[in-house]
Design a protein around this ligand. Sequence first.
Ligand SMILES: *[C@@H]1O[C@H](CO)[C@@H](O)[C@H](O)[C@H]1NC(C)=O
Ligand SMILES: *[C@@H]1O[C@H](CO)[C@@H](O)[C@H](O)[C@H]1NC(C)=O
Ligand SMILES: *[C@@H]1O[C@H](CO)[C@@H](O)[C@H](O)[C@H]1NC(C)=O
Ligand SMILES: *[C@@H]1O[C@H](CO)[C@@H](O)[C@H](O)[C@H]1NC(C)=O
Ligand SMILES: *[C@@H]1O[C@H](CO)[C@@H](O)[C@H](O)[C@H]1NC(C)=O
Ligand SMILES: [Fe+2]
Length: 633
Amino acid sequence: MMMMMSEMWKSRDLFFSFVVLATFQLAVSDGHQPLSIVAIHKTTLALDERAYIKATPNVLGLTGQNTEWVTLQYSNPKPNVEDWIGVFSPANFSASTCPAENRGVDPPLLCSAPIKYQYANFSSNSYKTTGKGSVKLQLINQRSDFSFALFTGGLTSPKLVAVSNKVSFVNPNAPVYPRLAQGKTWNEMTVTWTSGYGISEAEPFVEWGPKGGNRVKSPAGTLTFDRNTMCGAPARTVGWRDPGYTHTSFLKELWPNRQDQQLPKGLLLQELMKYIYKLGHRLFNGTEIWSEEYQFKASPFPGQNSLQHVVIFGDLGKAEADGSNEFNNYQPGSLNTTKQIIKDLKDIDIVFHIGDLCYASGYLSQWDQFTAQIEPIASTVPYMTASGNHERDWPGTGSFYGTMDSGGECGVPSQTMFYVPAENRENFWYSADYGMFRFCIANTELDWRKGSEQYKFIENCLASVDRQKQPWLIFLAHRVLGYSSADFYVAEGSFEEPMGREDLQYLWQKYKVDIAMYGHVHNYERTCPVYQNICTNKEKHSYKGPLNGTIHLVVGGGGASLAEFAPINTRWSIFKDHDFGFVKLTAFDQSNLLLEYKKSSDGQVYDSFRISREYRDILACTVDNCSPTTLAS
Ligand SMILES: *[C@@H]1O[C@H](CO)[C@@H](O)[C@H](O)[C@H]1NC(C)=O
Ligand SMILES: *[C@@H]1O[C@H](CO)[C@@H](O)[C@H](O)[C@H]1NC(C)=O
Ligand SMILES: *[C@@H]1O[C@H](CO)[C@@H](O)[C@H](O)[C@H]1NC(C)=O
Ligand SMILES: *[C@@H]1O[C@H](CO)[C@@H](O)[C@H](O)[C@H]1NC(C)=O
Ligand SMILES: *[C@@H]1O[C@H](CO)[C@@H](O)[C@H](O)[C@H]1NC(C)=O
Ligand SMILES: [Fe+2]
């Protein structure tokens, strides 16, 4: 059984004797990952000598790039509309990697899902009649070579007709897809990236320094995880793919950014305050392997009064620029959102992606593709993540919800591939200071109710901020713990997750949280400043003085297919949009904040409000938030 594809061809007959038993339980949850429709474990052989599929070029990334288009040409003497092309990586996809789940049972012929697929007729209308076609697909460097296979029989009962030549990036192990995140202190930036170099092959590091200044090298730590750390299928079975190595380096004692100041000769000081960095691996024979050069700006000191821009959204997901994996139109807004944020990047300082990151849902190849998609953003500004159901949930593993939404990942890839400044990255809750902001990031996939460990964290995060210096207090979480008019909540007679705000609303009120934002519901909605369902402020666009409650926003329209609103109008809901978009917060100073909701299709603002207030307005008393007083004088 331990054979490679080429050998399989030669001994084709042998394979017809295989009984393909569906020993692989495919966990297909609500989300329907596009790859989940491919019943790869049911593959049978229908190899045809006259059929072929050819890929060009053979070698990718000759000029150092990590993304390249390949052209496929193929022919099938017995074409069918349902014929499709699977992209496999490693190229030697075969029974050789199929574990037999039970002794005495033959493993299936194929047991690794394609990393993407496309219909044979996608850009060849006449394929159905002529059996000839060609298509261009985009590949990214993901540590292995690639091959392409032509299947008939549709996605659900695939029959392998032909396999292509192998193609490969010049250096499949190259360091790729850097993602920044704030460290545990304000003046530390973490750089996390992926490579094919383990610690026994090379030493990972970041070479960095201020633009025009001296560069230093900082070491990086290396993590990986194996199949056994996955909690179930498909992550443990057909969806498994070697994740390579995740490296993180901690760049410390950064000099805070400064406000734009014109220098003589029209140079921006801010430009000078940028840091340049490059990822490196030193092989043990002395050779150094380098990534390209990237830049970032250090974060402001907590309380620093300067212009600060924050972008927040949830549920971005990923999509393929070449149109592949279109089944279910899984995350139709993803590329538009990514594009608009990249377009506005010079006016964005930090990004929060609050859960449901890439919806790999157990198909691990998708994590590379996601980190490649967001690279222009994440390599330039801190890309802060939160945990969502699609990262964490799996029955019987301690997730608060027992759904199968993580496809067996049970949090491992997200906790490993993205750094967050959490005390315990497994818990995924943390606080982040950014200038005049304090963010408290919760993890709705673990218990948050009073008495839980997370509740203590949330209270401590909200209570430990100096509001005179960091007046803008923001609560972030994946599922809606506040308010949403989503049809699926309303159908349950509710406007939130069960027990969502039951305990937390006292904390938000007591600690005067200004804004709380959630994803999970794939649309946009804004409430009035609200407490216990009651609007505490009648204003809609220009808040002055105390809010007296918290403004809740649903910002889950990052990319995944949209969610419906229930046909109901509550008093607290003051703006709804059934479209893809994201939110941008701008703090002008300690007294003025602007929130804008932008659509991903055109980047224009469709909803906004301002808060103008002074320190005494934060101290002001209203219901349930006054400190006790004494009569003594
Ligand atoms: C292309 O293939 C898909 C999938 O089988 C099918 O739904 C579609 O109708 C085909 N289009 C054409 C133009 O044949
Ligand atoms: C398939 O390729 C991968 C990496 O390219 C390699 O690690 C593995 O040993 C190969 N398997 C076989 C059976 O050749
Ligand atoms: C070091 O090893 C790499 C990878 O094996 C090889 O490509 C390179 O030529 C070697 N360099 C030297 C100086 O031997
Ligand atoms: C993406 O943006 C384009 C251009 O603005 C727009 O036509 C398209 O409808 C958008 N896609 C989605 C799914 O919103
Ligand atoms: C906020 O609450 C205080 C005290 O309850 C009240 O006096 C004030 O009018 C409220 N502000 C607004 C804008 O409703
Ligand atoms: Fe979600």
